[in-house]
Ligand binder design. Sequence first.
Ligand code: MN3
Length: 201
Amino acid sequence: MAFELKKLPYEYDALEPIIDKETMHFHHDKHHQTYVTNLNNLLEGTGFETSSIEEILTSLDKLPEAKKNGIRNNAGGVYNHNLFWEVMIPGGSKEPKNELKIAIEKAFGTLDELKNVFNAKGAGQFGSGWAWLVTDKEGNLEVLSTPNQDSPISLGKIVLLGNDVWEHAYYLNYQNRRADYLKAWWELVNWDVVENRYLNR
Ligand code: MN3
């Protein structure tokens, strides 16, 4: 039961002009595919061949020491990118509603302030990594960043939204202007998916 590369839920050019078609092709077809291939190879002989990606990322301590870092990086790469494609939609989906909106206002005051905090985390992540909006079981929201492909689910968090701040995610279009990419990216967020994730936490 090897992992497979999930198909994009929209066309490669559907997120333009925020994310260009060429970036989407190599990000999904090359980078994401490589994580899937590496993960399948690394899992051979570990006893985790039939585990879910969530099981793997919450059981890192139980992995064989020699393969632990590789599996952590590549399983994170698979999980994080699956989520990344899913939380975007061409044109975005307006604004948070209902319970999610209330939770955002409780934690951050306003949606704009959530964006500020999130963008600052993403811009401040040295080197490669991710910015995240996560929740606990009780519904308390938090923004954090992780290095490399580390995933918040390994920290016991429930992931609602994440933005990839590796240079491969934005360099063709934005070069070194990571802050511009972070700011523009909000126009693509699928708040319906984020709300569903929040309600099903
Ligand atoms: Mn990436």
